[in-house]
Design a protein around this ligand. Structure first.
Ligand code: ZN
Length: 367
C-alpha cells in the first residue's frame, strides 16, 4: 500500500514538474535536402502544440505551447533564412523567421511523435522560363520524360558512347511511343543542353505531371565485366552502399553528403508518393526487361530498387529513375550503341507507363 502511494506521489510529481517547466529549445539547424528544399529543424525537450503563422510568404513565426521557451542554443540564420528574431509576446515566445525574399515558398510542418522535432519544410517555387511552352490539357495524363545529364555534364563515359547521348535517344523514343497513345508528353531536354536538376523537377511540377521518368545509363567503377543490366529506382532511403554511391554520382554530390540527405528524406516525401512510385517502377521494370530481351537475349534484370535521388525529391508526382544498362560493360555497351535496342528499351518503358496509367484509371473508377 505504501509502495502504491509512493509511486502515485512520483507520478504526480513528474506530471506537475512537466507542466511547470518551460519547453526548452535544445538545438536549431537548417539543412538543404535538394536545390529547392530546405528543412528548418527545431529540437525541443518536448512539445505538444505549436502555432505556425505566416505574416507574408517569406516571413513567419512559430510559437510553442503558448508558453515562454527556454533556449539552450542561439538560432542563427543559414541558407535561405536571412534573419531570426526571438520575442516574448503575450506569455508566449515567438521565433520569427525571415526568408530570402527573392523566392516564393511552400511550407509543410511536421512534429515528430515524441514531440522532440519540429520541422518546417520549405520549398522554393522558382519561376523558370518555359523550356517546353505547351498548353496543358488536364484530363489527359501528363508524362515528363527526363533524359539525364546533357550539355556540360556528359554523365558516365562508356566504351562507345557518353551517357548523355544514349539517354537522349532513348528518351525521345519513349516520348514518340507515348504520343501515339493519348498522352501529353514533355521532355526536360530535346537536345544536348543541361537543365539543372531543380529545373527538371520544376518543369514536371509546372505542367502538373502525373508521372516523372528520369532515364540514365549505369557505370561500374570496379566490376565492369560482371556488373550489367537494368535497374529501376524509386525515391526512398537506402542502406545499400552501392545505391548510395550511385545516387551521389547522379546527384553530383559527395557520398558523405548523401548520408545526410538519406537520413531525412523520409520526412519529406509522402508515403503515397513512395507507394505509387514503387508500383510505377515495377511496371516499367517488367516491361523494359521484356521488350529489351527481344533484341538482347542476355539483358539482365537487377531489380526494382530504392535510393535518394535529388531529381525525384522535388517532383510532386510518382517518379522513377531508370538505369537502362551499364555503359562500360562490354556487352551492355554494345547494345546501348545499337539503335534497335534503344528503341526496344524505350518501347518497354512506354508500355510500363501505360500499364501503370491503365491500372490507376481502373482503380479510381471502381472507388
Ligand atoms: Zn546518369
Amino acid at each position: 500500500m505504501i509502495k502504491a502511494i509512493i509511486s502515485l506521489f512520483w507520478v504526480f510529481f513528474f506530471a506537475l514538474n512537466a507542466y511547470a517547466k518551460p519547453p526548452v529549445l535544445e538545438s536549431f539547424s537548417v539543412i538543404n535536402i535538394s536545390p529547392l528544399v530546405e528543412n528548418v529543424i527545431f529540437t525541443f525537450n518536448k512539445v505538444k502544440d505549436y502555432r505556425f503563422i505566416m505574416l507574408s510568404n517569406d516571413y513567419w513565426y512559430i510559437a510553442i505551447n503558448k508558453k515562454i521557451i527556454r533556449f539552450k542554443c542561439k538560432p542563427k540564420p543559414k541558407l535561405s533564412i536571412k534573419r531570426i528574431l526571438i520575442r516574448n509576446i503575450r506569455n508566449e515566445t515567438r521565433v520569427y523567421v525571415k526568408m530570402d525574399s527573392r523566392y516564393k515558398y511552400k511550407y509543410r510542418l511536421l512534429l515528430s511523435k515524441n514531440g522532440r522535432y519540429l520541422i518546417v519544410r520549405t520549398e522554393k517555387i522558382l519561376t523558370i522560363p518555359a523550356a517546353t511552352p505547351n498548353k496543358v490539357i488536364t484530363k489527359i495524363p501528363v508524362i515528363v520524360i527526363d533524359p539525364g545529364h546533357g550539355g556540360k555534364d556528359p554523365g558516365a563515359i562508356g566504351i562507345y558512347n557518353k551517357e548523355k547521348n544514349v539517354v537522349l535517344s532513348i528518351g525521345k523514343w519513349v516520348a514518340y511511343y507515348l504520343k501515339h497513345d493519348r498522352y501529353k508528353v514533355f521532355l526536360t531536354r530535346k537536345s544536348d543542353i543541361y537543365p539543372t536538376l531543380a529545373q527538371r523537377a520544376q518543369l514536371a511540377n509546372r505542367v502538373k505531371a502525373d508521372i516523372f521518368v528520369s532515364i540514365h545509363a549505369n557505370y561500374a567503377i570496379k566490376d565492369k565485366y560482371h556488373a550489367k543490366g537494368l535497374e529501376v529506382y524509386f525515391l526512398n532511403t537506402t542502406s545499400d552502399p552501392r545505391a548510395i554511391r550511385l545516387a551521389a554520382r547522379e546527384n553530383g554530390v559527395s557520398v558523405k553528403k548523401m548520408g545526410d540527405i538519406n537520413k531525412i528524406i523520409l520526412s519529406l516525401i509522402q508515403s503515397s508518393k513512395i507507394d505509387k512510385s514503387k508500383v510505377l517502377a515495377s511496371y516499367v521494370y517488367k516491361n523494359t526487361l521484356k521488350y529489351g530481351k527481344r533484341i538482347y537475349k542476355h539483358y539482365k534484370g537487377r531489380g526494382v530498387k530504392q535510393a535518394p535521388f535529388y531529381v525525384l525529391v522535388d517532383t510532386h508526382c510518382p517518379s522513377i529513375l531508370i538505369e537502362t544498362a551499364f555503359i562500360n560493360n562490354p556487352q551492355d555497351a554494345l547494345m546501348l550503341k545499337n539503335p534497335l535496342f534503344r528503341k526496344q528499351v524505350a518501347y518497354g518503358i512506354s508500355k510500363g507507363i501505360e500499364e501503370y496509367v491503365q491500372t490507376r484509371l481502373k482503380n479510381t473508377k471502381t472507388q
